[in-house]
Design a protein around this ligand. Sequence first.
Ligand code: DGL
Length: 360
Amino acid sequence: MPHFHFHSVRLVKALLACAMLLASYAGAAEKLANVTILATGGTIAGSGASSTTTVGYTAATVGVERLIAAVPELAKVAQVKGEQVFQIASENMSDAYWLTLAKRVNVLLAQPDVDGIVITHGTDTLEETAYFLNLTVKSKKPVVLVGAMRPGTALSADGPINLYNAVLLAASQDAVGKGVLVAMNDQIHGARDVSKTNTSTPDSFKTPELGMLGYIQGNKPYFYHVSTRKHTADTEFDVSKIDTLPQVDIVYGYANVNPVALNALVAAGAKGIIHAGVGDGSLAAKVTPSLTAARKQGVLIVRASRVGQGIVARNGEANDDELDFVAADTLNPQKARILLMLALTRTSDSKQIQRMFYSY
Ligand code: DGL
């Protein structure tokens, strides 16, 4: 009997050890944050004809489950679920897609079992979607946008590591309350000031002068800056009951500019015009009459700059007080358009809208 007894004791001890190990894994899994990946398309979901195809591939061909399966390491940093919200090349992004995405994000973040969200997205309009969500997400929980400059089929594809970093960031307590973030190329950028600066290289996303927020390195995010402008939980914009956004268009300033495009957009019903002027938002004599006529019709005019960096100062290159125009501050034209669209869902008062451009 003692012999049998000895073995049964060893078996019980081994079973207990396994049970404790499983419990520790389960405990660890329970401790991992719950991150939902919302897939929308883009190069990160793209495929090319060969491993050296880094341009001229097809975006938006791979579904969210395959994106997740391609990075098994995700399971070490978060409890991940995937949803395919839509599947597009992001040059085709639209107000309708934005509203669908923002509403889905807010529903998910209101759930106690969702700790953070990652949105996989084409890089062409990623900065715009990020800023739209920065102004419409009603939560402090992390929302991280991520894309890829190379398709998953390419040598040194950047999608998998970008996705891993984005999920790790969205699962981090350090990312709470920081606004909508962009995780690309091991860097953390804020939605308001990041832009795509190169047509095709992996280091394309930059915040040239106002500065990126930090890095992701060695499985950990490191923040060095925070955004000073209002965002997410502090936003006054609410899209929960909105199905369309006001039409706001952008006109470009250049030497010998032709006001025909501006006149056509106003005639087509634009409620706001972003003038992406040369220099400090300068207005050519050839377009100023069209802008003032549009303003008289009630169209909101924002003076932005095509330059890319710096402040467009109120009453700098034009008498905004007299013309009743709004100055874009440091927002680039495509982001100024987003803020003006949302502002027009709240007010048509140009002074209120100027306040918004100094707040967000
Ligand atoms: N068609 C572009 C887009 O979906 C590809 C660029 C990319 O995703 O990197 O934005």
